[in-house]
Write a protein of this length. Structure first.
Lengths: 558, 441, 441
């Protein structure tokens, strides 16, 4: 099926999300859509999938114009989409999710479960997807959930499959698996539209790359395009994506986490985790989302009780302390979910800036709030952190993501603190904001603060960390220096054993499309990650040695 | 282990421009507030909602009136008569309400018919002129207090429908302290009021604590408590050994001793008493609490975003309990104002409809203490005028409850009013639709 | 430093509840269950056992039964002691389970709860009837329970459908009340019971339309909305009752006949359970049909799958082409029919004429039953029966002159509800998108 987008324009108020975008996808092709956060990729796909109507422009399928009023029309036309946030009902089984909306039903609407199960199994075998129709979604690991999404699209006979940032939640090994599936589908005649902001992946999988920037197509390339070329297209200017950093001068141990264990209804998301952070040092905790990072941060802040272990700050035991006590003791926290956990959306910027200090002088004397002090504080911080807002009285929920993060950062670092814990600090931010946040974090380090960054973006870890810890299934699988090759980190992130020292690798052999990585194939639908291997599996972080990592990473920060 | 990470910012959400708002961080002047309210159609919508509800209420009154129904039976032969009788019934009802709550011209006439001015005053003719307003204040007092008891927790994210149980708790204390003890004048009243606050606060505390400790939803718990206290009160008043006045089989307590009566404010012919002042002071206190104290900051923060409040170190559960306790105390004060201000005794129906009315008052007042006072006065006027209305026009008093509910329903759905009257939607950025989050998100 | 009015308007966002694994300590923690069982056991021994005397006779035969089951005579005190001891033993078993010494599956835990409650009731009956000459008729107790529970069961099923679709329906009380009202009038005016039933159903559906409209189209806070609708219905029915149903029209409009008992041949003659399950009004049989329909519908049909999807993850349902809002509208309105029928039971199913506020909170109890039943049809029914039982118990106990004041018995069901919702239930999570308006992006 020939798919063509002609001149698609979509506006949201004054913002032009898509501006006259045209591209075409040939059958049996992997077409990558590359762009940084906010470039308009998701909007474009929402148009293609019928979730939004374009203001101008048209979609042509096999030469004929098509108009989609809803996903139903798009699906009928043979377009399937795997969203970034899975459209799966957690309490349903795989079969129920796959069949939702196109149920096999007898008279009176009674469901025919056997037929559905058979259908799921058939498709699953055909494409090597291996999903169990009766498994509950909420029990499945993310990688398998993604496959269910793919089965959903295939069941509806998709000729074009849109994958929106599919690797955000996968380990390097799972990513490799996904690429295998993509290639298999492509060879079978399905077209794939692969949306990503990750240069290396796009280079590894795509047949054609279209680069979007600020809603426009700024270029099209075929691999092997150079990374510099792609990066500059994506970003449009020479951005110093790597914060210039003096070497760290760590002092004494400030934060000591020993054997921390956190329990939940699903098991032990944090399981005997230990690390130490010194003053003036940034510890980067790398790992794929879902390995306990969220629970770790919550436990460090006292939002979740620790089942075992100890958290000590400058010798003071905080293991049983309340969140407030920890904040008072000098912990600053930038949470992962800034809207839900970091800000009160309906409160003004000024009020958010004192969200954890409102009951202390100078903002309060006794029980009375001191409004002039609050106002003055707001004005000063807004200025210092360049928060773009109409006034300190504006509700914080109306600010852009970058500005919201600035508010949170201003609040947290604006007061006395000894430890800064930042979880996914630049998720969803544009380049300018990312730069700003990184700079501030390094600044804190240079002032002697012990900094812990939890991030699933390896680029961010490489950019900031003085020391790297890799987290997998609730434990640290290894500590490394920042010159460690990405392949090694990938191995640790997938559960590989810690050899005790950094593996020394030279550049790995060039990745070959036809070579299927046999060592990393997970065969059960229920295991969380690749089985431990004794050799390094090929990863999607393109094969390169330590030296390359630095150079290319600096361009890939987006 | 299996949930995908939260969203990156999709390009689709544009950051709306922050609305310019006078100087950064400055207080907004009264004029600014009015201007903004009208621009955002808040006031317009409220007024239109009131008008619509009035019209609907009028229709209801008219078409359940037997005279009107008979007239409409002969619509085609005498259409003017039919319409006229409908109008008369509706207008008559509202006019009677007005006369009972604000001003009755007949009283002025009666005043000037008196022989001498001093005799007139002495016999209460001057007071009669102000009686409607006095009655409005009297009826408004418990409504304002119970309205505050709903509004305050609402700002903290809790829906307190237990006003009735808290009212009863306060009433029991007020009545018991009032008839069982003898104390000097000022002291007795104060003790009874404090006791009423404590009694109501105890019930509020109970609901809050249950929610804090078990997560049980406060709507169910408070409604159940309402019924529990209702029957408990009946029990206390029917068992001879407890609170029932001896020497009779009436389920009623002994009368409150006169030292415990709330002092009258405008002479003996008018019922307006210090309770009204208590209500106004309470509204002021709640305003101060919400907007000028750290506790109020916590309440509002928790009400707006519980998770972020926890992360910021606030103790959510303790605040829930605290806000429910204070709120219960306010409802208890409402009971004091009724028992010690007008009724002077306690019977199984003393709680009236305050529990339910409080919700409509709080909603109409948009959860703000000032609004609650205004709404309380409005609904108080309706309550004040309705007995007279029922006497003179035969319209049952429940029409007031219907109108109240209609007003709130219409105010709570601005898009409906807008659609009805084809108002322009408020500028982008102004929040006009209300979003709900349910009870287990 | 005031925030703009638009940012803090009521109704404000209701807060998300406590996160799983939060700091909120559960009341008593994990030991709540064994402690509760032990308490029941002690009650059996100390309260019932010590005060029981003589023999209690339990009879199992209704009048006019074809097959007569012999009475069961128990030594009252001994029975109470035995029940108490067994309850305490079960408490110990549960304690071992909590401590980890043994492991009980979920099914066994629920069985234990049931057994403890059952023993408590046996002890209660033994004490109540101990030394009395009149045997305690269990069949009457059970069939009375079943019929008393009908409005709660139907209301709870209504709640299940609405909640599963993602809409919180607090207005069940209003649906019941309006259903009762309309059914009474329709049957009275036309003489037809079936027409009355239909009108009752439609009345419930009408409230459902209002609920759906305001909740889905105007996205009003659903909990507030439900309470306001209940207020509206209460006021409206009270008003119309006073305006139309007293006086001249009371004979023509408020004097309906009622449905007769209908015994199913053969099944109705089975000893003990026959008269209970198969001899009732048509309402009972309607309840069976609705229960089966909802249970099968939700778990095995396309409609059920889509409904559950709409309530759990409406965005996902939307992307596969399900029209989320249409589904919600439809389900809420159809569920309203069920509640309306439940309401009709109050009048044309039992006492006949309508009285103000005759539902007295059973709609809210239905909500609690739904939550207690973990949002499943069978669970809701079970919970409803439990509440109906406590109500029935009150009337039966007072008829055999048990020395507990009637008001205290009347408040028992409400206390039970609180205890159940707060203590025994555990954290019940409803459909994830319950109460959250769906906005198509």
């Amino acid at each position: 099926m020939e798919l063509e987008l002609r001149g698609i324009t979509k506006r949201f108020g004054p913002l032009v999300a898509n501006d006259g975008i045209s591209l075409s996808v040939a059958p049996g092709q992997v077409h990558a859509l590359l762009g940084e956060n906010g470039a308009g990729k998701t909007t474009l796909m929402n148009v293609l999938f019928g979730l939004t109507r374009p203001d101008q422009g048209a979609i042509h399928i096999d030469g004929k114009a098509a108009s989609f009023r809803s996903p139903k029309d798009a699906i009928a036309a043979g377009i399937g989409m795997v969203h970034q946030h899975f459209m799966l009902v957690p309490v349903f089984t795989v079969a129920e999710n796959v069949t939702l909306g196109i149920e096999q039903a007898g008279p009176a609407g009674l469901l025919d479960r056997r037929k559905t199960r058979a259908e799921v199994r058939e498709l699953s075998h055909r494409y090597g997807l291996d999903v169990d129709p009766d498994a509950l979604i909420e029990d499945l690991p993310v990688g398998i959930q993604q496959r269910v999404e793919i089965v959903k699209a295939l069941v509806r006979q998709a000729n074009v499959l849109i994958l929106d940032e599919p690797t955000a939640v996968l380990t390097p090994a799972e990513t490799e698996e996904l690429f295998r599936i993509i290639r298999q589908l492509r060879d079978g005649g399905t077209s794939i539209i692969f949306i990503s902001h990750k240069l290396k992946e796009v280079q590894a999988i795509a047949d054609t790359i279209t680069v979007l920037r600020r809603g426009k197509v700024v270029g099209q390339r075929q691999p092997p395009a150079t990374e510099d070329d792609l990066a500059s297209l994506m970003v449009g200017r020479d951005v110093q994506l790597r914060v210039s950093k003096e070497p760290a001068e760590p002092g004494d141990v400030v934060l000591d986490v020993a054997g921390l264990t956190v329990a939940s209804e699903h098991g032990l998301p944090v399981n005997g985790l230990s690390f130490q952070v010194r003053a003036g040092e940034i510890l980067g905790i790398a790992g794929v989302q879902g390995n306990g990072q969220t629970e770790l941060c919550e436990a460090l802040m006292g939002l979740r009780p620790a089942a075992a272990g100890a958290v000590t700050l400058n010798g003071r035991d905080l293991t049983r302390a309340s969140p407030r006590a920890r904040l008072r003791a000098g912990v600053a926290y930038v949470p992962e979910d800034r809207r839900e956990d970091g800000l009160v959306g309906t409160f003004s910027v000024a009020e958010n800036l004192i969200l954890d200090t409102y009951n202390r002088p100078p903002f309060a004397s006794g029980v009375n709030l001191q409004l002039p002090a609050i106002r003055a504080n707001a004005t000063a911080l807004i200025d210092e952190f360049d928060v773009r807002t109409g006034s300190p009285a504006t509700p914080a929920g109306t600010l852009s993501g970058g500005n919201q993060q600035k508010v949170i950062l201003a609040r947290e670092v604006g007061r006395e603190h000894k430890v800064l814990i930042a979880s996914q600090p630049t998720r969803g931010l544009d380049v300018g904001s990312i730069e700003f946040v990184h700079r501030r974090i390094v600044e804190q380090r240079d002032h002697g603060v012990a900094v812990v960054i939890v991030s699933s973006e390896l680029d961010e870890i490489y950019a900031l960390a003085d020391r790297i810890a890799v987290m997998y299934e609730g434990r640290i699988t290894g500590f490394r220096d920042p010159d460690v090759p990405a392949a090694e980190l990938g191995r640790l992130m997938a559960g590989g054993a810690d050899g005790g020292h950094a593996l020394e690798f030279g550049p790995l052999p060039e990745m070959d499309d036809s070579a299927a990585p046999d060592s990393a194939a997970p065969d059960s639908a229920t295991t969380a990650a690749a089985p431990e291997t004794t050799e390094a599996p090929e990863t999607t972080e393109a094969p390169e040695g330590p030296a390359d990592t630095d150079a290319t990473d600096s361009q890939e920060e987006s | 282990m299996t949930t995908p990470p939260p969203a990156t910012e999709p390009a689709a959400t544009p950051p709306p421009e922050a609305e310019p708002d006078g100087q950064p961080g400055s207080h907004r002047s009264f004029g600014d507030i009015i201007r903004l309210a009208i621009q955002e159609n808040t006031v317009t919508i409220t007024v239109l909602a009131l008008v619509t509800a009035t019209v609907l209420g009028g229709l209801l009154t008219a078409f359940t009136n037997s005279a009107v129904l008979t007239a409409w039976g002969h619509f085609f032969s005498a259409p003017g008569n039919a319409v006229g009788s409908a109008w008369d019934a509706a207008f008559g009802t509202y006019w009677a309400l007005f006369e009972g709550s604000v001003f009755n011209p007949h009283t002025v006439a009666a005043l000037f018919q008196q022989a001498s001015f001093s005799a007139a005053i002495h016999d209460g003719f001057l007071s009669a002129v102000f009686n409607p307003l006095s009655e409005t204040a009297v009826q408004a007092t418990p409504l304002i207090l119970t309205g505050l008891a709903v509004a305050l927790p609402y700002r903290a994210g809790l829906f307190n429908i237990g006003g009735q149980s808290q009212f009863i708790g306060g009433a029991i204390m007020a009545a018991w302290l009032g008839y069982a003890y003898n104390m000097p004048f000022f002291v007795h009243v104060v003790v009874c009021c404090v006791g009423a606050f404590v009694g109501g606060a105890a019930l509020g505390w109970l609901a809050g604590e249950i929610k804090a400790r078990t997560g049980a939803h406060e709507v169910i718990v408070t409604i159940m408590l309402n019924y529990v206290m209702l029957y408990f009160l009946a029990y206390l008043l029917s068992s001879h050994s407890l609170m029932e006045a001896p020497g009779g089989s009436n389920a009623i307590t002994l009368p409150i001793t006169s030292n415990a009566h709330l002092p009258l404010l405008a002479g003996t012919h008018l019922r307006i008493n210090a309770g009204f002042l208590i209500a106004l002071v309470a509204a002021l206190a709640v305003w101060w609490l919400l907007n000028r104290t750290t506790t109020g900051f916590e309440f509002r923060s928790i009400g707006a975003n519980t998770r972020a409040s926890r992360v910021a170190g606030m103790n959510v559960e303790r605040n829930w309990t605290l806000v429910m306790t204070i709120s219960g105390g306010l409802a208890g004060l409402a009971a004091a104002s009724v028992i010690l201000g007008t009724d002077f005794t306690l019977n199984p129906q003393s709680y009236g409809t305050y529990g339910i009315d409080a919700i409509t008052v709080a909603l109409l007042g948009l959860g703000r203490p000032g609004g609650v006072v205004a709404a309380g006065l409005l609904f108080g006027a309706l309550h004040a005028g309705s007995p007279g209305m029922q006497v003179s026009t035969g319209t049952p008093v429940q029409i007031v409850q219907v109108i109240q509910a209609l007003i709130v329903l219409l105010v709570a759905a601005p898009p409906l009013i807008r659609a009805m009257y084809r108002l322009r939607a408020a500028r982008a950025g102004g929040v006009s639709t209300t979003m709900s989050k349910g009870w287990n998100s | 430093m005031t925030t703009p009015a638009s940012a803090e308007r009521l109704p404000v966002l209701l807060p998300p509840g406590p996160r799983a694994g939060d700091a909120a300590a559960r009341f008593g923690g994990r030991f709540a269950a064994p402690i509760t069982y032990a308490v029941f056991g002690l009650l059996n021994i100390l309260v019932f056992g010590l005060h029981a005397h003589g023999d209690a006779t339990l009879s199992f035969t209704p009048e006019f039964a074809k097959v007569s089951v012999p009475n069961l005579t128990l030594a009252a005190a001994a029975t109470c002691y035995v029940c108490g001891v067994v309850s305490i033993a079960l408490a110990v078993v549960r304690l071992l389970d909590v401590l980890g010494t043994i492991h009980l599956g979920r099914v066994w835990r629920r069985v234990i709860v049931g057994v403890v409650l059952f023993l408590f009731i046996i002890a209660l009956l033994a004490w109540a009837d101990g030394g009395q000459t009149i045997p305690f008729n269990i069949v009457n107790l059970l069939s009375g329970t079943l019929s008393d529970s009908i409005p709660i069961m139907l209301g709870a099923l209504t709640g299940v459908i609405c909640s599963t679709s993602g809409v919180i329906n607090i207005a069940i009380e209003g649906q019941l009340l309006l259903g009762a009202f309309c059914a009474a009038i329709a049957t009275s005016a036309t003489g037809s019971l079936w027409l009355g039933l239909l009108c009752g159903a439609l009345a419930g559906s009408l409230v459902g339309i209002l609920l759906a409209l305001f909740a889905i189209a105007y996205r009003v806070d659903q909990i507030v909305l439900g309470v306001v609708l209940n207020t509206l219905v209460l006021g409206l029915t009270g008003y119309l009752y006073n305006a139309l149903l007293t006086g001249t029209y009371s004979n023509t409009l408020n004097n309906p006949n009622t449905f007769n008992q209908l015994k199913i041949p053969l099944l109705g003659d089975i000893p003990i359970i026959g008269p209970v399950l198969f001899d009732g009004t048509v309402f009972l049989y309607i309840t069976y049909i609705v229960l089966a329909g909802v249970q099968i519908g939700l778990t095995r049909t396309r409609w059920g799958l889509r409904t559950r999807a709409v309530g759990e993850h409406p965005v996902a349902a939307d992307t596969v082409g399900i029209r989320v809002l249409a589904y919600r509208y439809r389900n809420v309105i159809i569920a309203g029919l069920i509640a309306g029928i439940g309401g009709a039971y109050f009048t044309i199913g039992s006492v006949g004429s309508f009285g103000p506020d005759m539902t007295s909170g059973e709609g809210y109890i239905a909500l609690a039953a739904m939550i207690f039943g973990r949002y499943t049809p069978f669970g809701a029914i079970g919970a409803a029966l439990l509440f109906g039982f406590t109500t029935q118990l009150q009337s039966v106990l007072s008829s055999i002159n048990v020395p507990i004041q009637s008001n205290l018995l009347l408040l028992a069901p409400y206390v039970v509800t609180i205890v159940v919702v707060a203590g025994l239930v555990g954290k019940v999570r409803g459909p994830r998108a319950e109460g959250v308006p769906f906005i198509k992006s």
